[in-house]
Design a protein around this ligand. Structure first.
Ligand SMILES: Nc1ncnc2c1ncn2[C@@H]1O[C@H](COP(=O)(O)OP(=O)(O)OP(=O)(O)O)[C@@H](O)[C@H]1O
Length: 232
């Protein structure tokens, strides 16, 4: 299968400017590939650098060395060296990021929060809302909540709105940062099914999950982040 992500010798050191410029090396020599239709789970203890690696790929954290090649519009593109405009473009068309926290715009109803990526991709508002509703229903968000802004929803409800928003778009790469963290068993099973469907559709995924059962359900391969530990 086609390689969608090819990370080679990526490195991250945080510089704590407010603490006299202390250097905090986190990962070094990060190298692995992800193919279309594959879900790679990052493992390793708390603080090993799993989230930092996802944020480097998404461009939230600058990569200090190495390459982060991502198949964007048919070509491998090094996002570690890309201009911000290209990174933003890749986020719109190629890479989705699903964290456990919803960053919703105030006053926007849940249905529109979920439909928005499809509208942005050019689908009509009506069609986007129909698909958003189907996904919210599948994730057990009661219809009476769809017209309300999710800011007052429970933690688990907000997380499910976030999952719906992340999974509705048709990007070929998804980064999943503990997407099932505060969900009950029934909703965790829905997320496992959604991930399986993305695999079928050829989406390449990198996931962080702490639950061993879910890891076993979704992982095609595990990459142990401790092998990339950067000694201080
Ligand atoms: N923005 C930041 N500034 C400074 N240090 C950071 C920053 N982000 C992460 N770190 C540090 O990098 C190290 C790795 O953090 P990271 O969140 O990537 O670990 P993790 O493996 O995802 O942990 P967990 O499983 O607990 O979420 C930690 O020591 C953390 O304090």
């Amino acid at each position: 299968m086609t390689v969608m992500i090819d990370i080679a010798n990526a490195e991250k050191t945080f510089t704590m400017h407010l603490q006299g410029g202390i250097m905090l090396p986190v990962v070094r020599g990060v190298s692995f590939q992800v193919r279309a239709g594959e879900c790679v789970v990052l493992s390793g203890p708390s603080g090993a650098g799993k989230s930092s690696i996802l944020k480097m790929i998404f461009g939230n954290y600058r990569c200090d060395a190495g390459r982060i090649d991502v198949r964007h519009q048919g070509e491998m593109t090094d996002l570690a060296r890309a201009e911000p405009r290209l990174v933003l473009n890749a986020r719109r068309q190629t890479i989705g990021y699903v964290s456990q926290f919803l960053r919703a715009v105030p006053r926007v109803p849940a249905l529109d929060v979920v439909a928005e990526p499809l509208v942005a991709a050019g689908l009509s508002r009506d069609q986007s809302r129909v698909r958003a509703g189907a996904l919210l229903r599948r994730l057990n968000i009661p219809e009476r909540l769809w017209s309300l802004p999710p800011s007052t929803f429970s933690g688990g409800e907000q997380q499910r709105v976030n999952i719906a928003r992340g999974f509705i778009s048709e990007v070929p790469i998804l980064l999943l940062d503990e997407p099932t963290a505060s969900l009950d068993a029934a909703n965790r099973a829905v997320v496992v099914d959604l991930i399986a469907a993305k695999k079928q559709a050829g989406v390449a995924m990198i996931a962080i999950v702490h639950d061993d059962e879910i890891r076993a359900d979704i992982a095609d391969r595990t990459v142990d982040v401790t092998s990339f530990a950067a000694a201080a």
